[in-house]
Design a protein around this ligand. Structure first.
Ligand SMILES: Cc1cc2nc3c(=O)[nH]c(=O)nc-3n(C[C@H](O)[C@H](O)[C@H](O)COP(=O)(O)OP(=O)(O)OC[C@H]3O[C@@H](n4cnc5c(N)ncnc54)[C@H](O)[C@@H]3O)c2cc1C
Length: 334
């Protein structure tokens, strides 16, 4: 691993100043479960890291407010996953965290760092032996014509088909979460939906944070009583594995048992956390029958583009959506 300097600021303002001082080779360190991993692989080679993992300003979370749930960026995944309010009233959020990684990783990893973890594409992580436009712009893409079983089928028409691996962002997307940011030009708020970029022709630019900007907190509007939610995840083995396909569903019914509103977000199958308005349209205003749920799953993948080895993710993903809808409906009506 390349030598790097280490700074541990005591406030967010100091962290932003340290980022500006360090320049483009500086990286933020939260739990380190993703960053250190990539540093050991030689994919990330920062000259300096700024450790925000213990800043009190970023540490807490509060799910008791009437209007919103607030998560400091450095709240630990394990603590948030176990929160009683989340488990009872926002199960999709709790499930997306509880089904991620392992207990050891969740104890270290933060909810802010989770959003900005990088793809698990083997060619990206494989080092200089493989061309990768995400790691080294202009070098090409070994996944094209290579092993792409783990790659995206949605949003895969740009220069890179690497899948976004995280679970939490998928659930947050279904709840219309927002992010408070702080950087050299002060504070601003963006929708989580605007955090991750389409790879298009610049796959190395993965998010929309400005230079020296960091996530301070995540805010989720409280949902009206009666909303049901679920995060359903299918993977190669039953624990400690990333999603082959996942779906987060938030569902509300009207007085006649029809779907009044619905948010559906997909994970594992797309280049970024992926909201499917086509799947939502397939169920809103309707009774949520088995056939309707299946049709919504198919609608979610109508524009999917498979590569060489990943076509199975289209059928799998459609079934994951249908099952998530069924489970949310059971929770909403029981
Ligand atoms: C074996 C293994 C299995 C895993 N399985 C899953 C899984 O199934 N599902 C899943 O979702 N995740 C999974 N993960 C990923 C894990 O959840 C992430 O590594 C973790 O959430 C990252 O959080 P962190 O605090 O450790 O981030 P770090 O490693 O410290 O940082 C990650 C990135 O985010 C940036 N960053 C961190 N905090 C901020 C901030 N506040 N503002 C701006 N930038 C920031 C860092 O600079 C870095 O680029 C797995 C990880 C491992 C090692």
């Amino acid at each position: 691993m390349r030598r790097f300097s280490y700074r541990a600021p005591e406030t967010v303002a100091e962290a932003v100043a340290a980022l500006a001082e360090g320049g483009p080779g500086t990286r933020l360190l939260a739990g380190g479960t993703s960053l250190y991993d990539l540093m050991k692989l030689g994919v990330e080679t920062p000259s300096a890291v700024v450790d925000i993992g213990r800043l009190p300003e970023l540490a807490g979370f509060d799910t008791s407010g009437p209007d919103e749930l607030v998560f400091g960026a450095c709240a630990r995944m394990a603590d948030v996953a176990e929160d009683a309010v989340l488990r009872a009233d926002y199960p999709a959020l709790a499930e997306s965290l509880a089904l991620a990684a392992s207990p050891q990783v969740r104890n270290m990893a933060t909810v802010g760092g989770n959003l900005l973890q990088r793809t698990r594409c083997g060619y990206f992580r494989g080092g200089e032996a493989f061309p990768c436009d995400k790691r080294r712009p202009g070098s090409g893409c070994a996944a094209r014509g290579g092993l792409d079983r783990g790659h995206a089928v949605l949003g895969a028409d740009g220069a890179c088909t690497a899948a976004y691996p995280g679970d939490w962002a998928v659930a947050l997307l279904a709840f219309d979460a927002r992010l408070d940011l702080y950087g050299p030009h002060g504070a601003r708020t963006i929708a989580l939906a605007d955090l991750h970029r389409d790879p298009a022709d610049a796959p190395h630019r993965e998010h929309t944070l400005g230079a020296g900007e960091l996530i301070v907190r995540i805010r989720v509007p409280t949902t009206p009583a009666g909303r049901a939610s679920v995060f359903h995840k299918v993977r190669d083995r039953e624990s400690f594995a990333f999603a082959l396909a996942s779906a987060a569903v938030v569902l509300g019914f009207d007085g006649r048992g029809r779907v009044a509103d619905c948010r559906i977000a997909l994970g594992g199958v797309a280049t970024r956390p992926w909201r499917s308005e086509a799947a939502e349209r397939a169920v809103v205003g309707e009774l949520l029958t088995e056939e309707r749920a299946v049709r919504a799953g198919e609608a979610a993948f109508a524009d999917a583009r498979p590569g060489t080895h990943n076509a199975f993710r289209i059928r799998l993903g459609a079934r994951v959506v249908a099952r998530a809808l069924r489970t949310a409906a059971e929770r909403g009506t029981s």
